[in-house]
Design a protein around this ligand. Structure first.
Ligand SMILES: [Zn+2]
Ligand SMILES: [Zn+2]
Length: 249
C-alpha cells in the first residue's frame, strides 16, 4: 500500500515546527506524493497559528511545487462537548479539519471522560478526522471511538510520529486498526512532520496497518481519487454550515 497524500504536516506557523510551507511542498514533491495538507496547530496551543492564519489560507494556490495543496488545521479539542479552537468563519475556508487531544489544551481524564470528549469531537460537523487517537496519554475506549467514527463517517488517524514521540502508541494503534478493518471504518495516515525531512514518512504506520490487515480501500489517502472523494463527501455533509458561516458573496 502507498500513501499518496500526507494529511498531517506542520509549518513554522505552528510555533514549534521548523519548515516553511514552500519547504514542505518541495519535500512532498521530492518524495513523489500527489499532495499534502497543511495542518498547523490551532490557536489555543501556546505558539499555535493565529486565527487569521487559517482565514488567510485562501491566498494560497491549490498546487505548490507541482503537488496538490490542501488547507487544513490540527484543531485542539478544548472541552468534552465537541468544542474545537477555531471559529466557524475560519473553519468554513478549510478543506480538511483534524482534531485531537493535546495536554496543554485539554487535561486527560479517566478513560470514560476521554472517550466522551472524543466521541463529542467526532460528532462536531466540522471535524473530518481525529489526530493520534491512539495516544496513550489519553486512554479511550477504542471500540466505542471506532463505532462513533463509523457512525459519523469520519476517519481515525494512524500517526507515524506517535511511534517515536508518543511512547506506548503501538498497541493502541494496532488494536484500533484491527477494529477499523473489522467494522469497515476509515483511516488516514499522517506523518505529523514538524520538519520537511519527515514529510511522507509513513513506514511505521504502514507496518501497523499491514499487521492489522487493513485493506487499502479503507485508507482514504492511499489514492488520490479516494482522498478527493472523501473531501467531497465531507464538504457535502457540511455545505449548509459553510453557507451560514461565510458572508454572502
Ligand atoms: Zn506539534
Ligand atoms: Zn498532534
Amino acid at each position: 500500500m502507498h500513501i499518496v497524500v500526507d494529511t498531517h504536516t506542520h509549518s513554522v506557523a505552528s510555533g514549534h515546527a521548523f519548515s516553511t510551507l514552500g519547504e514542505l511542498a518541495e519535500a512532498a514533491a521530492a518524495k513523489g506524493l500527489a499532495g499534502f495538507v497543511l495542518t498547523d496547530h490551532g490557536p489555543s496551543m501556546p505558539g499555535g497559528a493565529h486565527p487569521w492564519h487559517f482565514g488567510n489560507l485562501r491566498v494560497l494556490p491549490s498546487r505548490i511545487s507541482g503537488v496538490r495543496f490542501w488547507k487544513g488545521i490540527e484543531a485542539n479539542i478544548i472541552d468534552n462537548k465537541g468544542g474545537i479552537d477555531l471559529a466557524d468563519s475560519e473553519l468554513a475556508r478549510l478543506d480538511f479539519v483534524l482534531a485531537g487531544f493535546h495536554e496543554v489544551c485539554f487535561a486527560s481524564g479517566s478513560r470514560e471522560e476521554n472517550t466522551r470528549a472524543l466521541i463529542a469531537a467526532l460528532a462536531n460537523p466540522w471535524v473530518d478526522a481525529i489526530s493520534h487517537p491512539g495516544n496513550p496519554a489519553f486512554p479511550v475506549d477504542l471500540a466505542a471511538v471506532v463505532r462513533a467514527a463509523c457512525q459519523e463517517g469520519k476517519a481515525l488517524e494512524i500517526n507515524n510520529s506517535s511511534f517515536t514521540i508518543r511512547r506506548g502508541s503501538d498497541a493502541n494503534c494496532l488494536g484500533m486498526a484491527r477494529l477499523l478493518a473489522e467494522s469497515g471504518g476509515r483511516l488516514v495516515v499522517g506523518s505529523d512532520a514538524h520538519f520537511h525531512g519527515d514529510v511522507g514518512n509513513f513506514s511505521k504506520a504502514l507496518a501497523v496497518i499491514g499487521e492489522a490487515g487493513v485493506p487499502a480501500t479503507l485508507v482514504v489517502n492511499s489514492d488520490l481519487a479516494g482522498f478527493e472523494a472523501f473531501l467531497a463527501e465531507r464538504a457535502t455533509a457540511r455545505a449548509e454550515l459553510v453557507r451560514r458561516a461565510l458572508p454572502a458573496q
